[in-house]
Design a protein around this ligand. Structure first.
Ligand code: N7H
Length: 505
């Protein structure tokens, strides 16, 4: 086993200080528990009682590495060792009850909350906050989200029972919970439209490495407060003001410089911002749209689906990866059928878009190209790496039944309510999730005029346009993914949890 704490050199976070889901719980069963704090003393008592149960990054990383090692040794056997983890993250309303120092220096989008930014994110009509499920139908009432995760559902229930005892003893209120589970059998690791998910994740310098791209890491300040980001700027510190105009400059002398913004408080160091979105997926609608449109563009349903995502359902990329025989075109059929090695760690993420500027293989608006354009000329790799997120989502809801019709208007019964509990970590929501959703996903003219919206997750009103190269065929799609709840949270460090509990933060 090779797990050790990272050598703490002050330019990379200490694994013992960050909460563990930043590293990634990777559990088959999760329960998100939403709580409300009546006042500061009850909130502090709750955090005090919960803190010893909160898993840190060191524990989670050590477990994940040991699991991987044992699994490889035993030929891919699952469930060899098991764990159950707890983390806790706070909304701005929740932190406000605790009233720590420096809250005013937290970024505006976090202070406002996700619902207040619905129009910017495109969460309108059937995705509008007025349609969200409880307890997110009442703005600002969710003060914290406790993330429980386990390999075994019985362990999850035990964890939940222990949590409920602490909730009761402290005198805070549980508002409800949301379960997420990996899909069964052959669909394990796949989301509800049928595609393998969770393949491409950035590695954080000093904290994690990616077996799929061992040479590439992203600076920790893109994900954790208090460290250099990709430009060398320390996350949580205010942006430097632009240099004042000089004599001879037409704007000289210019307005008086505005006072410098406050840095985030020191207790925010080693924390991270967490985006939660409950995304309902209309699987019947997705299937029937593809079946209706595929013949119009001379593609099979599977080919069109892969063009929309940028990967085949198996996870195999549509872009060519090293080692694939020259006669195989991975954009016309799943290359992993005859060449399973393209799914290996060495190949599955080993591609860029520079050699496919027109989107002949992966359309420029395909989901994985919109959300991380890699080395595509616009915006270029350096800029693309300023908008990385750590995705920690899990599916929720029952399996789709082939007899089910697409969603119509009106309420969706629980037995048809399924989707993704999208969770991601970043140091700046504005540069991470919100930028990806607003500036890339929802924008039809990114990266080039007329490319269309991300057909999987773009919000805003129907129909969404999608440009399919090489013959620039224009397709238009209804929405299949709806926002049904969401909030912005902050994941404080382990020392910060203690300081919040004692009232010294
Ligand atoms: Fe996406 N899907 O099934 O189509 N996503 N996603 N996502 N997503 C990815 O490469 C999906 C959502 C990203 O590095 C894969 O890991 C669905 C949101 C990013 O190349 C698949 C939903 C946001 C990547 C899906 C959903 C993102 C990514 C391929 C909602 C951010 C990595 C597996 C229901 C705003 C891109 C993989 C890269 C990959 C799907 C949500 C972002 C299959 C169904 C909300 C950055």
């Amino acid at each position: 086993m090779t797990a050790t704490a990272s050598a703490f050199d002050a330019t990379s976070p200490d694994l013992h200080a960050v909460q563990g889901n930043l590293i990634g719980f990777n559990k088959d069963h999760q329960r998100l528990v939403f709580v409300h704090f009546p006042d500061a003393p009850t909130a502090r008592a709750f955090i005090q009682a919960l803190e010893p149960n909160v898993a840190n990054g060191y524990e989670v990383k050590a477990f994940n590495e040991l699991y991987k090692e044992l699994r490889a040794k035993r030929g891919g056997e699952n469930g060899i060792i098991q764990a159950a983890w707890t983390n806790v993250v706070f909304s701005f309303a929740g932190l406000s009850v605790l009233a720590p120092s420096g809250l005013g220096a937290f970024p505006a989008e976090f202070r406002d909350g996700m619902a207040a930014h619905a129009a910017d994110l495109g969460d309108v009509e059937n995705s509008a906050p007025s349609t969200w499920v409880s307890p997110f139908d009442q703005p600002q009432q969710v003060h914290a989200m406790v993330i429980l995760a386990a390999d075994d559902p019985r362990d999850l229930d035990d964890c939940y029972a222990r949590l409920q005892a602490k909730i009761q003893a402290a005198g805070i209120a549980e508002l409800g919970h949301q379960d997420g589970n990996v899909r069964p059998d052959a669909e394990r690791g796949h989301e509800h439209f049928g595609f393998k998910d969770g393949i491409s994740q950035p590695a954080i310098r000093g904290l994690t490495t990616s077996s799929k791209n061992p040479d590439k890491t992203i600076e920790p300040g893109e994900f954790v407060i208090g460290y250099p980001d990709e430009t060398g700027h320390i996350s949580g510190q205010p942006d430097l003001p632009p240099p004042p105009p000089q004599p001879g400059d037409p704007n000289y002398p210019g307005p008086p410089p505005s006072p410098p913004a406050d840095p985030m408080p020191t207790w925010a160091t080693d924390g991270s911002f967490v985006v939660y979105r409950r995304l309902r997926q209309d699987v019947g609608g997705f299937n029937s749209s593809l079946a209706a449109q595929a013949p119009n563009v001379s593609l099979s349903v599977d080919q069109l689906g892969a063009k929309l995502v940028g990967r085949w359902p198996s996870g195999a990329p549509l872009e060519r990866v090293p080692g694939l025989p020259n006669h195989v075109d991975p954009s016309t059929g799943d290359p992993s059928v005859d060449h399973p090695h393209v799914l290996d760690d060495d190949h599955i993420n080993a591609f860029g878009y520079a050699a496919d500027p027109d989107g002949t293989h992966v359309p420029r608006s395909a989901h994985i190209r919109k959300t991380y354009p890699r080395d595509q000329a616009n915006p270029g790799l350096a800029e693309a790496d300023r908008h990385r997120i750590l995705r920690r989502g899990i599916p929720y809801g029952p399996e789709f039944q082939p007899s089910e019709p697409p969603y119509g208007q009106g309420p969706i019964a629980d037995d048809r309510d399924r989707g993704l509990l999208f969770i991601c970590y970043q140091a700046s929501i504005q540069r991470g999730f919100a930028f990806i959703q607003q500036t890339w996903v929802n924008t039809p003219d990114f990266p080039m005029q007329g490319d269309g919206q991300d057909p999987i997750i773009s919000q805003q009103v129907d129909p969404r346009e999608f440009n399919l190269p090489p013959n620039t065929q224009h397709l238009s799609f209804q929405r299949w993914v709806f926002t049904t709840a969401g909030e912005y949270f902050f994941s404080p460090s382990m020392p910060a949890l203690q300081a919040l509990a004692s009232g010294s933060a």
